[in-house]
Design a protein around this ligand. Sequence first.
Ligand SMILES: [Zn+2]
Length: 287
Amino acid sequence: MIVNAKDMIAAAKKGKYAVGQFNINNLEWTKAVLNTAQELNSPVILGVSGGAGKYMTGFATVAAMVSAMDKSLKISVPVAVHLDHGGYDECLSCIEAGFTSIMFDGSHFEISENIKKTTELVEIAHKNNMSIEAEVGSIGGEEDGVIGMGEIADPEACKAIADLNVDFLAAGIGNIHGVYPANWKGLDFDALEKINKKTDGIPLVLHGGTGIPEEMIKRAIGLGVCKINVNTECQLSFAEATRAYIEAGKDKVGKGFDPRKLLTPGYEAIKKTVLEKMTLFGSVGRA
Ligand SMILES: [Zn+2]
C-alpha cells in the first residue's frame, strides 16, 4: 500500500524502532525490498536518488513501476516512495511524478537559504499529501557526486529547520555514506542527544546505515532516530552474490546466462540484507 511516510515514522517514534529506507536501482531491487517487507509485515521506505532516477529513465518511470508492483505483488504493508537527497528542482519533479515523500538536501546552502527553500517545499509537499525530510550538517562520503565531510550538525540550526514543520530531519552526527573507513570515530551520541533535545522530539534520520555497529544503531534509535537509510550494503551483497554465481561458471551451464537466473542470487542477497536490517531496526511485525 503506497502512502506517505508520516504515519509510519510517527508510529516508529512511539514504538521506539526505526523504519528502514532501502534505495532502489531497478526492478530486482524494488521487488526484493517490497517482497521482504511484506513477508516480515514491516513498513518500508523505498529511497530513490537523483542518479538512480535518471538510471531508471526518470522519476515517473520509478513511480509507475512501484505503483504497479505494489498491486501485482499485493503489498499490504505501508510503502513510501521517497526522493533521497533531492535538489530543489528534483523535489518538484518528484511531486509531479507521483512520489509520496521527498528529502530536500539543503545542507550545502547557508542556513538562511536552507530555511527559505525548505519552507517553500514543506508547503508544496504537504499540500500534495507528501512527507518531507530536510537535512542539516552535510553527511560525509560521496553520494551521486556530492561529497560531504561528515559534519556534526549544529543543534540550533537543527531546531531552525525542524521548526519549519518538516516531518523528519536528517542531522549529521559523524555518519557517512558508503563503507566506513577503518579509522572512523563512530557516531557522536553527545551531538545526537543535544539535537534530539533541542528539536523537541522531531523524528530523526540516520543516513549511511551501512556498517554502523549494531549497538550504535540501537543507541541511536533510543535517542530519537526513527528512520535509517541503507544503500551501499544492498549493493555490496548483490555484487558479491552475482560475482559468486559467475565465478562458479554457473552462467555457462545450461541456460544459466538467462538474466532471470543470473540476477536471482543477487536478488536473494538483497532480500537477506533487508531482512537483517529490518530485524535490527525493530520494524518487523509493525506494519
Ligand atoms: Zn544520505
